[in-house]
Design a protein around this ligand. Structure first.
Ligand code: COA
Length: 154
């Protein structure tokens, strides 16, 4: 579909990675007819795991640090999940996830419906935390986090 000319520039984040797109179905609704929050949380957990899983070790969710349902999600919305790494620890990675809905009846306009912060821990074969590998991916995330922190203090 060509971009609509009657809308302001879309608010999709340029500094985050598109990690998941999904369309909720009628089986996912709550008693109000909107999409059940637990379904959205499951998708956010999957989306949040995408960047940490690039490191190599098995990663498990240890915490949902923050979760905000800003707007309802409806059947047929096209949901786009954007993520970025916010913190790299010794064994854990914390990511944010922002979810944007393109409404079924209003395609081309994006509404932020959810934002969340989640932490994933690298585990070994015994299920115990293990140190993150010091690879190029980690180095790139650390550099990006330092750049963002420097920009905020400018
Ligand atoms: C994840 C798990 C292995 C961590 O074990 P643990 O002994 O509690 O680990 P630690 O206390 O050493 O903490 C490990 C890391 O998690 C972080 N962490 C622990 N609790 C946290 C919390 N509530 N919020 C944010 N980070 C947390 C620690 O800061 C540490 O990170 P760092 O090494 O980068 O500093 C263990 O809690 C577990 O198996 N949980 C179940 C995971 C799971 O099944 N998830 C799927 C959902 S059902």
């Amino acid at each position: 579909m060509p971009p609509r000319q009657d809308l302001p520039p879309h608010p999709l984040p340029a500094d985050k990675v598109l990690v998941l797109k999904v369309i909720p179905m009628p089986a996912d609704v709550n008693a109000n007819g909107d999409i059940f929050g637990g379904w959205v949380m499951a998708q956010v957990d999957l989306a949040g795991s995408v960047l940490p899983s690039r490191l190599g070790p098995r990663m498990v969710t240890v915490a949902v640090n923050e979760f905000i349902f800003k707007q309802p999600v409806r059947v047929g919305d096209i949901l786009s999940f954007y993520s970025s790494v916010q913190r790299v620890g010794r064994t854990s990675v914390t990511v944010d996830v922002e979810v944007y809905a393109e409404r079924f009846a209003d395609q081309g306009r994006f509404v932020k419906v959810t934002e969340a912060l989640l932490t994933y821990v690298a585990i070994d074969a015994q299920g115990k935390p293990q140190a993150l590998p010091e690879n190029a991916q980690i180095a790139a995330w650390r550099a990006a986090i330092a750049r963002n922190a420097a920009q905020k203090t400018d």
